[in-house]
Design a protein around this ligand. Structure first.
Ligand code: GLY
Length: 215
């Protein structure tokens, strides 16, 4: 965004730009667990990715805890921050999603879906099933709710409610969590399901919180 007139580059063009700007091309080796999981997946080759729900044991070749080492097939980490001058910022990184269609784009790289920062109002980030977040422009929605005067936690809750209202049965099978901070440094989170945790670090606080949840 600083070195081109654009907001997002993807695919071959993004790779070319990265290499031209000093990144080294590397090939990615699958771990032994990932090789086994992929071999299992190839037996049916069904595109049915399963999202990690922290409080649920999910079984089968597409389940998040399929890997022997206990790692999930999907996880996202988001961060919102305020500096000493009161400026807000945010970041989000994702593992992506295992067993997806080639070319799938999740919410994390999409501004207003996985991350949105408006330095006048607040910042928000999301974790979970990216498709559901994209469908409601999730983090933009959270920031807009804060603009309307809702607390960060209530803004996150209202965005979660929007997802659940679209399809409650589907929502029971997936997880989305939002995390937000407003311009006063107040913070909050909300998730569809139990188990979404977030950490807070400030001059006064250094602890892990369990997010409230809807279902
Ligand atoms: N939330 C990250 C993803 O769906 O890829």
């Amino acid at each position: 965004m600083e070195n081109t007139p654009h907001v997002i580059l993807v695919g071959a063009g993004a790779q070319q730009f990265a290499v031209e700007n000093g990144f080294t091309l590397e090939s990615v080796e699958l771990s032994e667990d990932a090789k086994k999981a992929y071999a299992e997946w190839l037996k049916k080759s069904e595109y049915k990715p399963v999202i990690n729900i922290e409080n649920k044991k999910q079984n089968g070749p597409f389940a998040p805890n399929f890997f022997d080492d206990g790692t999930a097939n999907h996880d996202t980490m988001g961060l919102v921050a305020m500096d000493a001058m009161g400026n807000l910022s945010g970041a989000v990184t994702t593992s992506g999603m295992a067993f997806k269609l080639h070319g799938r784009v999740g919410d994390s790289p999409i501004i207003g879906a996985g991350l949105f920062v408006d330095n006048e109002i607040g910042a928000a980030t999301s974790s979970g099933t990216g498709e559901e977040v994209i469908r409601i422009c999730g983090t933009h929605l959270v920031v807009e709710f804060m603009r309307q005067g809702y607390s960060p936690e209530m803004a996150c809750k209202k965005a979660v409610q929007r997802i659940v209202k679209r399809d409650k049965e589907k929502a029971k099978t997936l997880q989305v969590g939002f995390l937000a901070m407003n311009k006063k440094g107040q913070y909050g989170a909300y998730a569809i399901q139990k188990g979404f945790v977030f950490s807070v670090k400030s001059n006064n606080e250094n602890q892990i919180h369990q997010s409230k949840y809807l279902l």
